[in-house]
Design a protein around this ligand. Structure first.
Ligand code: AMP
Ligand code: GLY
Length: 430
């Protein structure tokens, strides 16, 4: 079976997906919308907005697309799957990504919390409140111990979670959230118990009944070394991590993954796509921090290189509802990625700097493009996160050294990267 594939997205995550899909013997023609200069190595990039559903449908028909993979959550939360399948001539299309109802697991934190409570999935204790319930919200806050965790219900570009150490600050932020600090996303606010532990990201590809457990990963969210400074989209990632041993993984499957998939079915949601489960490991016990209905970025940059089997075949099987027959393999090696960002990120930064030195990088290093574009025939920076410098190796320590030796060869004005990615995992003591 061979497939014409359309990949939606433009970041490092989508470059990593494209890299893996391109290795499949089952790939026929490959398109990306809008793609990026790295993805263009494998796929024909089509310049269009990811939320222009009419244009996406036109391209699917015009190019004879068999399979669509969606990278980011936005088009899913906005109902791309629902929109395409309203057209009866597309009933045979294979589509990886949930419909609008399934995407609510990420699109509404209040919905996700209620879902977890209903299906007994371990998560932080919580209550949610709307603007008219400010007094009740403050009373509830007072029953909790600091730090206080406030979450805007809707999508807020990754900025909707606040963790505050004192009550006065928490009350002030809460009132600002209700007054529109995060737009409509903050019309409802989830207040929850603070969980302390180590975070890890788990990834599942499901056809609604069966699932493949993709390699897990840890990302590094803060801008500075030793997890200091502002939150970012992610400054690096490693896979696997030493604290997610077999016993922990089994708990995640039994207590979280299986009940999640069964819960979705009970809700009448035919979920075919990725589920990214952000977990806290609290003394060996897994708790869900959040669901996402897409892969993580930069986690995908370390997850894809570790998949040893035909990923496109798995995507097609998930979309068809046929995953139980898949022969899935994980490469036991370690993968790590370090993100090179534009100076100033995650606040304001300049774009358009020329990127040089890529030809000097060792051939086994994979450089995924996160925020780049071609300008006057040259590769230039075009985002906060610019490149994901990635390697696979027999152990994390040597992989780490190899990446850092190579990162110095890649140059652009005001580039910045963390120097401690992976270090804590090398010295991790249970
Ligand atoms: P989210 O946008 O839900 O991923 O939250 C952003 C980050 O806030 C998470 O990656 C955690 O580091 C942190 N976080 C969220 N909820 C909690 C919680 N209940 N306890 C501790 N940390 C949390
Ligand atoms: N790296 C976290 C995320 O993709 O949401």
């Amino acid at each position: 079976m061979s497939y014409n594939v359309l990949l939606i997205g433009s970041g490092g995550r989508e470059h990593a997906l494209a890299y893996k899909i391109a290795q499949s013997p089952n790939l026929s023609r490959f398109y990306a919308l809008p793609g990026n200069p790295g993805i263009a190595e494998y796929a024909q990039c089509i310049d269009s907005g990811m939320n222009d559903f009419g244009k996406i449908k036109e391209i699917i028909k015009e190019k004879g697309i068999d399979l669509v993979v969606v990278g980011p959550e936005d088009p899913l939360v906005n109902g791309l799957r629902n929109y395409l399948f309203e057209d009866e001539s597309l009933s045979e299309l294979l589509f990886v990504g949930p419909d609008k109802a399934g995407a609510a697991l990420e699109g509404s934190k209040d919905y996700a919390k209620a879902f977890m409570t209903k299906y007994n999935i371990p998560t932080a204790a919580y209550r949610s409140f709307s603007a008219s319930e400010m007094e009740d919200a403050v009373s509830f806050l007072k029953t909790l111990k600091p730090p206080y965790v406030l979450k805007a219900d809707g999508l807020a570009a990754g900025k909707g979670v606040l963790i505050l150490s004192d009550m006065e600050e928490a009350e002030k932020e809460l009132s600002q959230m209700f007054s529109g600090k995060f737009g409509d996303a903050g019309n409802k606010v989830v207040i929850e118990e603070f969980l302390s532990g180590v975070e890890v990201s788990f990834f599942v590809l499901t056809d609604g009944k069966d699932y493949l457990l993709l390699p897990h990963a840890k990302d590094y969210k803060r801008i500075g070394d030793n997890d200091q400074g502002l939150n970012t989209g992610g400054m690096g990632a490693v896979s696997p991590v030493p604290f997610a041993d077999e016993v922990f993984v089994q708990k995640v499957k039994d207590r979280i993954i299986v009940p999640t998939i069964e819960g979705l079915r009970s809700e009448g949601i035919d979920y075919r796509g990725f589920i990214f489960i952000g977990l806290m490991n609290c003394d060996g016990e897994p708790y869900v921090i959040e669901y996402n209905v897409r892969m993580g970025d930069p986690e995908t940059e370390v997850v894809m290189p570790r998949i040893g089997s035909d990923f496109l075949a798995h995507l097609a099987a998930a979309a068809k509802g046929d995953l139980s027959m898949e022969n899935f393999q994980v490469n036991p090696q370690s993968a790590m990625t370090v993100i090179m960002v534009s100076g100033g990120y995650p606040e304001s930064y300049a774009k358009g700097y020329k990127i040089t030195g890529l030809q000097n990088v060792d051939s086994d290093i994979i450089v995924f493009n996160s925020g780049t574009k071609i300008s006057d025939g040259e590769l230039v920076t075009s985002g906060g996160r610019v490149l994901a410098v990635t390697a696979l190796g027999d152990d994390l320590q040597s992989t780490r050294e190899h990446i850092y030796e190579n990162i110095g060869k890649i140059l652009f004005t005001d580039s910045f990267n963390r120097s401690d990615i992976g270090l804590d995992m090398i010295f991790y003591n249970k």
